[in-house]
Structure formats: C-alpha cells, structure tokens
Design a protein around this ligand. Sequence first.
Ligand SMILES: [Fe+2]
Ligand SMILES: [Fe+2]
Length: 346
Amino acid sequence: MKAKCANCQKIYDIPDERLPQGKKVKLPCPSCKNPIELDLRSNGADQASSDSASSSSPAAEKEQATGDELKEQIFKSVKDLPPMPQVIHKARKVMASPNSSFKDLAIIFVTDQAIATRVLKLSNSAYYGLSKKVSSIQQASVILGHKTLAELITMVSTSTLLCNKLKGYGLEAGQLWEHSMAVAFGSRFIAQKKYPEFADDAFAAGLIHDSGKLALDKYIFERHEIFEQFMANGGKTFLDAEKEILGFDHAEIASEVCNKWNVPEELATGIKYHHHPSQIQDNILANLLHAADGIAMMSGLGDGIDSVSYEIEESSVKFLGLNNKEISILMEKVVTTVQNTMQEFK
Ligand SMILES: [Fe+2]
Ligand SMILES: [Fe+2]
C-alpha cells in the first residue's frame, strides 16, 4: 500500500502484511514524524490517505502542524494558560523584604478566604512542628514568621494551577501537584545542606519546575499514539519523545510560561535546564532541581510516564556533593513531608 505524508509529501510503500486490516491506524512519518492516517476498513481499504486526505476536522488539521509551525502554535497557546495568582507576587515581595510585616500579608486574606483557611491548616501540619495549634492567621504569622507564612501562601496558590488532570502525560488530578511539592521540598532540603542561600528560590522554582507540561499536555494527548509508538520502540525517555515529536521539551517551553507568570529570570533559567544541568555551567538552581526531580521519581512521587528511565546526571551528583546515604535519607524525608502536607490539603 502506498501512503503519503501530508506534511513532507514523502510517499512510502508499506507491505500489506505489516498493516492491521479492518482498522483505522496512524503511523508516524519516518521523516517528519507527522501522523499518517491509514483507513484499512473495507470501505476505505483502497485508499491510503494522509491526515489531510482522510479528515478535514479542526483536530486533524491541528495534528498536521509540525516543526516550526507547531512550535509557534504551542508558544502562542501559553498565553491561554491561567495567570499566576496575584497573591504569589505579593507573597514574593514580602519574602524578599526583611521589613515587611503581617499587615502586608493581611490584605491577601481579606480578598481570599479560601487561601486563608488552607494556609492555616498547613501551618498546623507536622512539617512546621508547632508545639500548639494556631487558630488564626495572625497567630501563625507571629509564631512562624511572615516569611514562612508568605511561602505557605505561595504553596497554596500554586496548587490551583497544577492540580488538574494531564491526559497527555497520564497524570491524574493532583499528581503533578504532588510531584511538584516533592521537588520543591527536595530542592530545599538539598540546598539547606549544600547552598543555604538558595533554599527559598529552590523551593519556589521546585513548585513550578514542570509548568511547561501545562502547555504541552494537549498537544501530547492529540499525538498520544505517536508518543506510545515512540516509547514502544524502546530505549528512550519521554523527554526524548517530546523533543523528537514536538521539536522541544517541557523544560524549554517552561521559560515561556515563566515569562507569562513574571517569574524572576534566575528561577526561569534553573527551570529551563532542570533536566540537563550539565548544559549550563555550574548553575546551582538547575542542579538542585534536577537532583530533587530524580529523588522524587525514585521515591515514587513521579509524574506519570515521564518518570520512565529517569536518571540523575552523574555530574550533578558530583556538583552537589551528594552521596548514596544522603540520597536515601532525602528520599525518606521528602516522602514523609509530602504525605503530611498533602493530608492537610484534603
Ligand atoms: Fe521536568
Ligand atoms: Fe519533574
């Protein structure tokens, strides 16, 4: 059977015995990776068609996009993501200013009672180790300090951005949030030991390190068969699949998301290289995020199909000066902290 790719116009001669008869199938074009759709049902068996020939639905048209065109489409779609809640910007200002006070934070609670309730619940979680429960935000501010309180606000507000189901990545509702918390706490724990001045940035960047997935998910889902085939052909990671099929990975698109959310540049750079810290010279944040990401995945707090074949770069382990014992202690600590925190979120 002859099959023509609508995108690159290449024609392939596929032996009939290699095709499942009586079905409609999609195969990735070996040249440009665009899906080629073949209708092998009896009424369509004679026609070897590419995507555009077999369908003119908007979804099919979207699937035709590839290379630069697809990249442009995805970059544009970043603007449709929900905005970073304003409260996070306010909280960040408070964290950055040693002279800020409870009054600076109070306005947040006046406008958002739901955040106040969750923050209060979290203040009482085991992680913050209070000897007696706090019953008001003001009390929490006095005992925990407004910096910690601002961090709790950031954590609660970010959860609204990351708690949805991501079908393309095979993530149930809440799973990306759980993984993001694991990376936030993990990065902070490593930073506290190795680079204490980076602890706050590491936590904040960890919370949103995989935000690029929010932008890519729908495009991956539209191409899920191509992704499945790519993975079934063995040996490669899902990150490689993103790169080969879409032309770039979720860490690269995260820079665009960070831009939209006005995330400081040093955090955005660390996030951009969180899978390949060796590609950027001695970037502390990228190394912290990368190691914490690996620790989260090894601890079972991964993120769906993305965790398959994930490994911490040897150079990163060396850069951070981590040994195996420290890594297993960190794994345990991250699991306990995330479990306790998630409980307060229910
Ligand atoms: Fe990632
Ligand atoms: Fe991750």
